[in-house]
Structure formats: C-alpha cells, structure tokens
Design a protein around this ligand. Structure first.
Ligand code: NAD
Length: 500
C-alpha cells in the first residue's frame, strides 16, 4: 500500500468499477489491528444520479428478458459465489472483524437466497380461472416494479445484500445496492461476479456511500422500492421518507432477542446455546441473544455453567485459526459498548464476567471480551437498548407467564427462543410470544431462504418480511386480466358486470 494513496473501494456502475468524481472518502480500518487498510469512495450527487440512471436504462430490456434466462443467471452466480467463498470470507473479516468461519457461514446463508431465486420461473407463475363467466377467463401475473434499491448494514456484508438483489433481479427488476461504508468490499466483489455470470450492464449497480447516497435513493422518483436493513431509528426514518414519496418500503431494524430457559431444560444445552448466540460475531448480529430469561430455580446453575464456559472462549483476530470471537467493527462502536457496560454497573446489575479486563482490550484493536451481567432489571439501559456487542444480560423470573410478559413488553420483537423439554410449554410460548421469529430449542431461529425473515413492532417497518415468498411479493406487483373473445355482439349494457 502506498502511504499517501491507500487502495480505493469504488462504486460499480454499468458493470465497471467507477471511482466517481466526488472527493469524499471514508477510512477502512482493520478492526483487529486498528490500521488503515483502504478507503471507500463516498457517493455525491453525480454518482447517485449515474447509478440510478444506469439501472433505469437497463430495466425495460431486463424486464422483457425471459424468466428462464434470468433464472440461469442466478445458477451461474451461485456457482461463482461458491467458488470464491474463501476470498469473500476474507474480505468480510478484514473489514468487519468476525472470524473467518463465521464470515463463510453468513455467506452460505446468503447463497441459499440465490438458490431460492434460481426457482423464479415457478415462483412467478400466476393463477388462472377458466369460465369465470360465459366465455370469460381471468388470470393474474406478478410483474416487476422497475428500479429497486437496497440499503444494508455493516454486520452482514454479503448475507443481507443477498437477501435482496438476487430475488429482485430474478423478478425482473434492476437494482442499486448501497452497502455500509464500514464493510463495502464484498458488495463490489459480488457485483463483479454477477457481471461475470452474464448480468447486462445496469442490472446491478453498487453505490458506495453514507447517508447522502441513501437519501438520494429515497428521494429519486425513478426508484420504485427500497429494502432497508439497519438500526431502528434509521429504519423508521427510511420507511417514513420512502413511503411519503410513494415508494414501496420494507425497513428492518434493531433487536433485543431473549432466550428463555425453563427449569426442565437440558441446562448444558441451554448454556451452550446462550453463549453461542450471545458472543458469536461478538454480538454484532440482529438475531444475537442479548437477554437470557432464567425461569424458576435454574438460575444459579446456569450462571455457574456460563462462567465456566466464558473463561474458555478464545478471542482474537478473525484470521487466527483458533479464534472463536473477533473484535468489534470500529473504535467508535467499541466505545459505545463500553459505555453500555459502565451503565449496567452504575445501575446496579451484577457484573459476573467483565470483558473490559481482556488483555487484548488494552491493545490497538477494537476488542471487548465476553461480558455477563446477572440480576438485570427491565428498567436498566443494558436491558432496554440494543448493545450490539458481546454483552449478555440475565433476568430472573418466577414463571413462564412472567417470561412471556417480559418478552412481549420489549419495544423490539425480532427473534426469541425457548429451551425446554416440555412440549406443552414450548407450544404455549410459541403461540403467546408476540415476536416475528421463534425458536424452540434453537437459539438463532433465522428462517431458511424458502421461508421469510422479519420481526414485529419496532424491528420491522412495512407490511412484508424479507426474502422467500414475501420477497417475491415485495419485488413484484399484481396484475389481473379478465378476457373474453366474443363471437357474437353482446350489445350495450350499463349495469355493473356480474357473472352471466
Ligand atoms: P445503521 O442504521 O447505522 O446503517 C444501516 C445503513 O443505513 C447503512 O448502509 C448506512 O450507511 C445507512 N444510513 C445511515 N444513516 C442513514 C440515514 N440517516 N438515512 C438513510 N440511511 C442511512 O446500522 P448499522 O450500524 O450498519 O447496522 C447495525 C444495525 O442493523 C443494528 O441495529 C442491527 O440490529 C441492525 N440489523 C438488523 C437486521 C434485521 O434483519 N432486522 C439485520 C442486520 C442488522
């Protein structure tokens, strides 16, 4: 790397890397070492207009492209993603910090969405009714919307974009993707692979940038629909601004996921699940478990098992072969997580394991060790707010009814899990939990690509969940045709049409 000119992560417009004319740049810092590795171009007005214009110009021909041709593009794209799996995982780890195996796992979950999009010919089949009246047939089709846009968070640089653009494009739309400016390289790499797979110029453009690029997508009349994934305050704003301009918007926000442990659960399994879901990816997952709800008399036993296991978690750079948990994404994010930990102490929660004492936490990387609070209460900041770091809070409750009431009272409602051996209790909980995604002895119930993902309350703004059949619905609109081929003249009839 030249010290005056670090490598530049560019935009992708008309199937080519494009540095743009804007002089704005963002730093890309390796979270494990704190060193500058590259810069990202931050779009200004001209780049935004160019990306949207390119997608708009490409749309008519792409919408008219036979559905099997669009499906075959997805087959080739899936193959290329699989062949470049390790390279993509390394790009994710370098910018995000998560360990390589975790990066590869999240890519795999993204590839499954491309797999789903390969079946687009079947997914777009409409409905047909013969003889809805004498000599009259009716059929319905789902047609693409035009230019769709995606605005994605830092924590899943491939999986979340892959929730969006493959399905949107397979449905016959063109797409402008604005990745997070903290983790932009994987999106650029995937755009290159889609072009290699045969996507015509303009079918997928990548606009690197920050709020300016996101707002350009929300304001431009040529953009018909916006999929957003990120924090709740921004999701709410994006939903409001986009729908006010007549766009279709789905905006997925933040989370505070609970895992309820019943006294009859296998406590070893429950402890393993709590740790994996709380500290995997250093807690930077929207489906991370950040609250353990310990029911009845299992609490002391669970705490003892957690403490023992936390001591064995290996924290290190994501590229180290034996590291299980990497650093946080940026120094600013780490500072916020440390502030949350300090607030838990100040508000009287019991700090059982303190991640601030990890030796690596004193170095230049963005490390915080696994942190465990016991006897947390609903009014405390560490319970109310999404921390998005390796901080697990334990709340003790007397009954399943109390656990359910606690879960249902939180403003976030993305995911929840229950660990129990009692089928009746699990069934009751799954029915009563007012949460979008429920796990029964499954700590992170992210639905497979052929189902759909979405929370309730302030974890999702909009009517449709993302990907799967809900995704097909979001990226298309319904047209219903009613047809008659009369052989004799019916004459003028001013009455409302009814079946004859
Ligand atoms: P963020 O809200 O800061 O940013 C998300 C995206 O929005 C980025 O591309 C960013 O550039 C853009 N953005 C920032 N400010 C904007 C504005 N004012 N208007 C429009 N766009 C703007 O989120 P983040 O820190 O990148 O990601 C972490 C958050 O994402 C967490 O809250 C996490 O729970 C959430 N998340 C949710 C899901 C889900 O499926 N519900 C999945 C992953 C992450």
């Amino acid at each position: 790397m030249n010290s005056t000119h670090p490598p530049l992560v560019t935009h992708w417009i008309d199937n080519a890397r494009n540095p743009g004319a804007s002089p704005r740049r963002g730093p890309l810092v390796d979270p494990a070492t704190g060193t500058l590795t590259a810069e990202v171009a931050l779009a200004g007005d001209a780049e935004c207009k160019a990306a949207i214009a390119s997608a708009a110009a490409a749309w008519p021909a792409w919408a008219a492209t036979p559905v099997l041709t669009r499906a075959r593009l997805m087959f080739r794209f899936k193959d290329l993603l699989e062949r470049h799996r390790d390279e993509i995982a390394r790009l994710i780890t370098r910018e995000h910090g998560k360990v390589l195996a975790d990066a590869a796992g999240s890519l795999q979950r993204g590839i499954e969405n491309v797999e789903f999009a390969c079946g687009i010919a079947d997914l777009l089949k409409g409905e047909f009714s013969a003889e809805v009246g004498t000599g009259v047939d009716t059929w319905s089709v789902r047609e693409p919307l035009g230019v769709c846009a995606g605005i994605t968070p830092f924590n899943f640089p491939t999986m979340v974009p892959l929730w969006m653009f493959p399905l949107a494009i397979a449905c016959g739309n063109t797409f402008v993707l604005k990745p997070s400016d903290k983790t932009p390289s994987a999106a650029l790499f995937m755009a290159g692979l889609l072009a290699e797979a045969g996507a015509p110029p303009g079918v997928l453009n990548v606009l690197q940038g920050d709020q300016i690029a996101a707002e350009a997508l929300l304001h431009d009349q040529r953009v018909a629909a916006v999929s957003f994934v990120g924090s709740t305050p921004v999701a709410e704003r994006v939903y409001r601004e986009g729908t006010a301009r007549g766009k279709r918007v789905q905006a997925l926000g933040g989370a505070k996921n609970h895992l309820v442990v019943m006294p009859d659960a296998d406590l070893d399994q429950a402890a393993d699940a709590l740790l994996s879901a709380a500290y995997g990816s250093a807690g930077e997952r929207c489906m991370a478990v950040s609250v353990g709800v310990l029911v009845g008399d299992c609490a002391d036993a669970i705490v003892a098992k957690l403490v023992e296991r936390i001591a064995a978690i290996k924290v290190g750079a994501g590229t180290e072969p034996d590291a299980e948990m990497g650093p946080l994404v940026t120094a600013a994010h780490r500072a916020r997580v440390l502030d949350c930990i300090a607030s838990g102490v100040a508000e009287g929660a019991s700090l059982v394991c303190d991640g601030r004492t990890l030796p690596l936490a004193a170095g230049p990387g963005c490390f915080v060790g696994p942190t465990l609070f016991d006897r947390v209460e609903a009014g405390m900041r560490i319970y109310r707010e999404e921390i998005f770091g390796p901080v697990l809070s334990l709340v003790r409750v007397p009954s399943l009814a109390a656990a359910t009431a606690l879960v249902n009272a939180h403003e976030y409602a993305n995911g929840v899990a229950i660990f129990t051996r009692d089928g009746g209790a699990a069934r009751e909980f799954a029915r009563r939990a007012a949460i979008g995604m429920v796990g029964i002895n499954v700590p992170i119930p992210v639905p497979m690509a052929f189902h759909s993902f979405g929370g309730w309350r302030r974890s999702l703004f909009g009517d449709t969940a993302i990907y799967g059949r809900e995704g097909v619905h979001f990226y298309t609109r319904l047209k219903t045709v009613t047809a008659r081929w009369p052989s004799t003249r019916a004459g003028v009839d001013l009455q409302f049409p009814t079946m004859k």
